[in-house]
Ligand binder design. Structure first.
Ligand SMILES: Nc1ncnc2c1ncn2[C@@H]1O[C@H](COP(=O)(O)OP(=O)(O)O)[C@@H](O)[C@H]1O
Ligand code: SF4
Ligand SMILES: [Mg+2]
Length: 368
């Protein structure tokens, strides 16, 4: 469920249990010593992350490289253990898992990664790769299993003769189709898609995105769609969560996020996405111009402020054209946004706007 959806349902007094619910997830990695006299530290890759996703829906998790998206995905798959927070998915409490992930969870929650060559066994033909989960989870054998493999390949747009091919004999798009077929074999309720089209040509990207949409329509599976490119998730997602340097900074319905972004980082992400509509292209040009001008003003005003992941302030402070003194001191409270969702930015918090001496007044357009 979306944060918006959850709030609306709570308002109506309806009891809801989202398919996926993450609360205050924090993941830290031990950092190797770079020099002998400096103590080994930790990198906080994900900090205080909360999100929700309803059955059959798509949540886009978007942010530039290094923002913590894959770490979030890996924590959901129990490939790494979080330092704090809770994850419940398909009725499972992920924190209660031991070293082995319960078979029921592996069936309910599947994953497709950017590079299917890494996840498809190179020594097996496609038919065996797709058959394996059918044997493990449904104890399928013989002709029944062969028929199901052919049907799954057909579902992802691959002819039956591909069963005899090895992964290296297929194109990147075909391999990603196999990875999707393998995930679908266990009839999951949620598929975590970590940059599923980032390694593909643009024309192939849209084919895979169309396939994912068809699959969702046919099966009702939910997607957590991770991408560094907002253009990839804007049309596929019902809702979007924008991540920057270990934190989610804005959430909301995909249309609202892309038409009226609230967070300065979401604005910057959006400014990088070309829009075919000339009127919107003009708005984008103006937005880019405004962001560049503000960045130049800031550069003229002194050295860049930095806020490494894990520090208390806003993670975007070093690049933000609207930054204020308060922005380095505390992570902003969440503020609801008109049109749905929430933003974590001091520009939107009444108490911060009233703070004297900030020197920055948000432009009227930003005061939504
Ligand atoms: N196994 C690891 N050990 C140490 N640091 C890691 C590890 N995995 C990820 N990180 C760090 O965590 C941060 C987030 O990485 P990641 O989740 O891969 O980001 P994204 O998927 O958004 O590109 C990065 O700074 C990365 O260097
Ligand atoms: S909190 Fe401050 S630095 Fe962060 S995005 Fe908002 S205005 Fe910019
Ligand atoms: Mg990643």
């Amino acid at each position: 469920m979306t944060v918006t959806g959850a709030m609306e349902k709570a308002h109506r007094g309806e009891e809801t249990t989202p398919l996926l619910q993450v609360r205050d997830l924090t993941v830290a990695f031990a950092q190797k010593r770079t020099v002998p006299w400096r103590a080994a530290g930790t990198v906080t890759a994900v900090q205080g992350l909360s999100l929700e996703l309803d059955a059959g829906r798509t949540l886009g998790l978007v942010g530039e490289s290094g923002s913590g998206k894959s770490t979030t995905a890996r924590a959901l798959l129990h490939l790494i253990r979080p330092a704090a927070g809770t994850i419940t998915a398909a009725g499972f409490d992920v924190a209660s898992f031991g070293r082995r992930v319960p078979i029921g969870y592996r069936r309910a929650v599947q994953a497709v990664f950017q590079d299917p060559l890494g996840s498809l066994d190179p020594t097996h033909v496609i038919g065996d790769i797709v058959a394996e989960p059918l044997s493990i989870h449904f104890d399928m054998r013989g002709a029944d299993r062969d028929r199901r493999v052919t049907a799954l390949l057909d579902q992802v747009g691959l002819a039956a003769h591909h069963t005899r091919r090895y992964p290296y004999e297929l194109s990147g798009g075909q391999r990603q189709r196999v990875a999707i077929a393998k995930a679908l074999a266990v009839e999951p309720r949620l598929i975590i898609l970590d940059e599923p089209v980032s390694a593909l040509d643009v024309s192939v990207q849209s084919q895979i995105i169309n396939l994912l949409e068809d699959v969702q329509e046919g099966t009702g599976v939910a997607y957590l769609f991770v991408a560094h490119d907002l253009a990839v998730v804007r049309h596929t997602s019902d809702d979007i969560a924008v991540m920057y340097r270990s934190r989610i900074v804005e959430t909301g319905p995909a249309d609202r996020i892309c038409e009226r972004p609230a967070h300065p980082y979401t604005e910057a992400l959006l400014a990088a996405v070309p829009d075919p509509d000339p009127a919107r292209q003009r708005v984008q040009r103006e937005r880019r111009h405004r962001l560049r001008a503000a960045a130049a003003d800031r550069a003229a005003g002194g050295p860049r402020q930095t806020a490494p992941a894990g520090t208390p302030g806003c993670p975007f402070v070093a690049r933000c054209p609207h930054r204020m003194p308060v922005c380095t001191r505390s992570f902003p409270d969440w503020t609801p946004v008109a049109g749905g969702g929430r933003v974590a930015c001091h520009l939107y918090a009444e108490v911060d706007r009233a703070e004297p001496g900030t020197g920055v007044t948000p432009e009227p357009e930003e005061q939504r």
